[in-house]
Design a binder for this molecule. Sequence first.
Ligand code: NAI
Length: 725
Amino acid sequence: MSSNTKGRTTIDVGADGVAVITIINPPVNSLALDVLYSLKENYEQALRRDDVKAIVVTGANGKFSGGFDISAFGKLQGGTVESPKPGFISVEILTDTVEAARKPSVAAIDGLALGGGLEVAMACHARISTPNAQLGLPELQLGVLPGFGGTQRLPRLVGLAKSLEMILTSKPVKGEEAVNLGLVDAVVPSNQLLGTARKWALDILECRKPWVASLHKTDKIEPLGEAREIFKFARVQTRKQAPNLQHLLVVIDVIEEGIVSGPLAGLWKEAEAFQALLHSDTCKALVNVFFAQRATTKVPGVTDLGLKPRRIKKVAILGGGLMGSGIATALLRSGYPVILKEVNDKFLQAGLGRVKANLQSSVKKGKMSQEKFEKTLSLLKGALDYEGFRDVDMVIEAVIENVSLKQQVFADLEKYCPSHCILASNTSTIDLNLIGEKTKSQDRIIGAHFFSPAHVMPLLEIVRTQKTSPQIIVDLLDVGKKIKKTPVVVGNCTGFAVNRMFFPYTQAALLLVERGADVFRIDRIITKFGMPMGPFRLCDLVGFGVAIATGGQFVMNFPERTYKSMLIPLMQEDKRAGETTRKGFYVYDDRRKASPDPEIKKYIEKAREMSGVTIDHKMAKLSDKDIIEMIFFPVVNEACRVLAEGIAVKSSDLDISAIMGMGFPPYRGGIIFWADTLGSKYICSRLDEWSRMYGDFFKPCSYLAERAAKGAPLSLTTDPAKSRL
Ligand code: NAI
């Protein structure tokens, strides 16, 4: 339902004189501006009416409120909404109308009270919640700060240190914890929620319970000296952990203003800061990510056909290695019975052991109870043959990356699995048509490309061929959702979307190094840009064997735009294969701590000789910006090819693929979003310049060149009719 047209609140006055105001805006009762105005109107009615003694605020359908309506962000940023200042509106509604009311109000919280939802609740004079309700202020994840008084009320309810933790980490607390913190006043089961809240409101009126205006509470706030130390520590930690995120420091300033100059000064500063952050690049980027992530499950020509996902009751996995065991873990955790097949008992036991260890690690981290662990593990069966495959609904193949082995495996699967069974492969690079060549079941063949570690990484690249049936895609999308992955549907080609973008990333880094740039400087700059690690540290982590195997596929399929470097093969020849051998570009100590290894110089010199290139003295003078662009513009170029070929249906899917598959910083909005902030013209001209200097590796593709010539953005929703999917 569009919150702009249908979001509202209702008022219902009971015989006890309590008016229940209910927020209604499915699915999460988000607070669009019209909902807030409706809340104000109903409050004013309740305050006017003689038959109303007290007020309870709640949300429809078991959810208090998921917070401010994010779909309004775009309109607010564009300035097309009549009243563009939510922060100031909140002072008017929550502080002046709700908190300063002559009648007490109590928030009855079930389900969730997040962001603006919790801020409404905190403006009430008491809060009652259910034990599992989630309460939190996650606004920083969208590049803004809590703009409805949350920066001022939360510290006064739970103390400075805890409020900073809750706001800076965006992590919600459950009702049980909230009551201990003082964020809620009582926790009751759902069926007692409204009754308790009504009674509580009347008790406040009769002075049997305290009438508390959160904004003016002082007992939880640390003394000023201590508060200053807390702020100092928070700033140091934030600068260290999130050096590129200015809004985290802004929120600390805003909270501090309230402590030093009083809550009203804090509220005004909060309103101003919200308004400024709303227009920041970070906020626009994070809002793009929010919507891009939700859009991944909308696949034109597939999800609009009205197909319902079939129930997957049992899954088989081939290969209990690194990926197979991770995939099994992810499926088991969501309650799918799994058969894990291996080639011999030794490998099978090793695979089963890996799954068990993954699950045990969840128990150690407190994410799974011992009882749940045992129940989950009982869903796992090992196998050395295909007998148990006769009633499986889905198979995910994760054997080694070898075409003929995979072809044989799929031919076997066709023989043993039922005719409705989904036949999925976790291949990283191999063309699915080739894998299915020896079967007649191409309509059931699909890629289910997980990322390592498969039970942790959030992305699932779903690869369809021209023959894959829409039903199979819909089924896999549903499984992806159930195992809590973000699925992105892409077309079939070498490397699909993520590895195609990854490849030029490593190649560009190798090209720069062979021409004289420093390996460790590149890694430092790329990490500072926001990647979890630089390209060379990443090569060490994935292992040179994998890098060479995937790289080989690209060299074979795209020779015209491949930079052929011998650096990694040379190092591997010398038994330097990355972190597992304790030596790669870095050396690793017993605790796997990486230190730059000066010895790599000799391999670089040799590789340079073999490539026939000489040191380019300009390399030493490259700025950080030049290095970032020389590494990422080839990625943008490849992303453009992926889009133009229809491998990705929409550019927002590539934004998500880059963020979740490559570790591209979300606060830059994704690869295409980021590129558009720089402009296609600029990117194209730089690529042109480098291609003249360093060859075709940098040559802008025709899509990029065309967009640049028109001065048009790169973002695009591909016409499904033209899609190769
Ligand atoms: P791995 O070498 O750790 O595991 C492969 C396992 O398959 C081995 O234990 C092997 O005994 C088993 N196997 C071989 N033939 C089999 C058969 N006929 N039946 C049952 N099991 C069989 O390899 P890894 O890394 O798990 O990769 C598996 C697949 O996943 C490959 O296609 C790879 O390209 C892909 N992949 C790998 C990623 C990675 O980071 N390692 C990431 C994404 C995909």
